[in-house]
Design a protein around this ligand. Structure first.
Ligand code: PHE
Length: 496
């Protein structure tokens, strides 16, 4: 395996690919709702605190350790101590599971791009999405009924991913990020600019930002802010780690982190302006209060938006395709990042080339993703999403924090990072955050998430959660136990 196949051509490729990973569906369909339902304007206080005490310090840590090792996540963890190898595979496999369900959402969105040219969802977007398109069924017998249109659209997505990912890093992901990420921001500015001119936009925005200060003493909004930042910045997922290990020797990681966190927040707040202007417009047209229309996730993108486009007249034929295309781009630049940690780990341990590893993983991913092309698929998607985001990844963040800050020793990074940093310098404050505040805080959020899942889960959800957890744990075990094929698996270059 030649190293240059896994190296960024420039710092700009690294930053843009990282922004591409961070800016995804979470920014478009999750954040606006989180902001609205957690105190509106008052949410900015926990949000900014979460960025300052978690987002930035943790990203610096993950980058720093990744940069130091110049190797994959599993290889580095094995180097830190061979007893951590299992965790070294757990996160990359969990992130690969995200990839598989993200491909389904991309698949749905691909169909909507097409439909939006002629409002193909008809007069009742809700019925279209759940019945006509997904053939959604609440019974697991739906696993036996296959929906070919969705399968085809998902496979198109996998082919695009393969086309980009199987190339050398800079020639594929690097170049694509340099084009798609700026394009994503530009299209978003156009959409938001247009949305702000709609009648009723100000009603939506007033509703969004109306601050509910009393919520600040509510623990829930603090949890929501921390959860949002973990998801949105793709923290602790071994993605930042892997991307930093691909950098050349002179990167200013501290300054890069600040740029990435700023770009991510800018994008999601911008998205919130767009979403609520449009909801305000719809409220004005229909007389239904914003509070009764607002929702998040697939409901927002695939039901509320088409409903708005139905009342928007001719403009919908421009705004609709533009909107679904933006969602596609945001999803694509994120999904491309989800294969990197596992792919690089496999290349390191088993001595396969980047091209071959990507091809195998994409075929496996595409086959597994077909479960989402069944009538029960959207239910499974919900279960996997909840399990991975509320349970598996938060645990990953806590463990990563402990291993990097305590076992690896975050102190080792300070001089080295400061020597390159043109902006802030790391000091004791950073160590206190990554060693104490973060592990404690995230553990609390993690426990809160588990309680939430257990309290709200249906029987089917619990059964599926156990199956999903078993798949994750067994796949991880297999990667850990398979003997290394690469002679340098136990030799890792360190830069610090
Ligand atoms: N950060 C992405 C978003 O905001 C989500 C994501 C999660 C991307 C995990 C990659 C890995 O949508």
């Amino acid at each position: 395996m030649s190293k240059d196949k896994n190296e960024w051509g420039s710092n700009m490729s690294f930053i843009l690919a990282m922004i591409g990973s961070a800016v995804g569906l979470g920014n478009i369909w999750r954040y606006p709702y989180v902001l609205y339902s957690n105190g509106g304007g008052a949410f900015y206080i926990p949000y900014i605190v979460a960025i300052l005490i978690m987002g930035i310090p943790f990203l610096i840590l993950e980058y720093g350790v990744g940069y130091n090792f110049k190797s994959s996540f599993s290889k580095a963890l094995t180097k830190i101590s061979s007893k951590w190898e299992y965790l070294g595979w757990l996160l990359p496999v969990a992130v690969f599971m995200i990839m598989i369900y993200y491909s389904a959402i991309l698949g749905w969105d691909g169909i909507y791009i097409f439909m939006s040219f002629f409002k193909g969802w008809g007069a009742d977007p809700n019925a279209y999405f759940t019945s006509t398109l997904l053939h959604a069924s609440d019974s697991y017998t739906g696993l036996a009924s296959f929906v070919p249109l969705i399968a085809v659209s998902m496979i198109v997505g996998w082919v695009i991913i393969w086309f980009i990912s199987h190339r050398d890093l800079e020639k594929g992901l690097g170049r694509v990020s340099k084009v798609l990420v700026p394009a994503l921001f530009i299209i978003m500015v156009i959409i938001v600019g247009f949305s702000l001119t709609l009648p009723g936009a100000s009603v939506g925005l007033a509703e969004l930002f109306h601050p509910n200060w009393s919520l600040l003493t509510d623990f829930g909004i603090w949890m929501a802010a921390f959860g949002q930042i973990v998801f949105s910045l793709s923290l602790g997922m071994s993605i930042a780690f892997t991307y930093a290990s691909y950098t050349k020797d002179d990167a200013d990681l501290v300054t890069n982190t600040i740029s990435i966190a700023l770009a991510n927040s800018l994008f999601e707040n911008f998205a919130a302006l767009g979403v609520f202007s449009i909801l305000g417009y719809m409220s004005l047209q229909s007389g239904i209060p914003v509070a009764d229309i607002v929702t998040q996730g697939t409901g927002l993108v695939f039901i509320v938006y088409p409903t708005v486009f139905n009342v928007l007249g001719q403009w919908a034929y421009v705004l609709g395709p533009l909107f679904f295309f933006t969602v596609y781009l945001a999803g694509l630049t994120s999904i491309l990042s989800t294969i990197e940690p596992l792919s690089f780990s496999i290349q390191n341990k088993f001595g396969l080339t980047r091209k071959r590893t990507m091809t195998i993983l994409i075929i496996v991913g595409a086959i597994c993703s077909m479960i989402y092309a069944t009538s029960y698929g959207s239910n499974v998607l919900g279960y996997v999403d909840t399990f991975i985001n509320q349970i598996a990844l938060l645990l990953g963040v806590v463990l990563e924090c402990i291993i990097f800050a305590w076992v690896f020793k975050a102190e080792k990074l300070i001089d080295f990072m400061n020597a390159r940093s043109k902006t802030i310098k790391l000091g004791k404050w950073w160590l206190v955050i990554v060693k104490y505040i973060l592990p404690i805080f995230i553990t609390v959020v993690w426990i809160g998430g588990i309680i939430d899942v257990v309290n709200s889960a249906t029987f089917d959800q619990l059964v599926f959660t156990i199956i999903i957890a078993a798949i994750l744990l067994i796949a991880t075990l297999i990667f850990t136990l398979l003997p290394a094929k690469s002679s340098d698996w136990n030799e890792t270059e360190e830069r610090v």
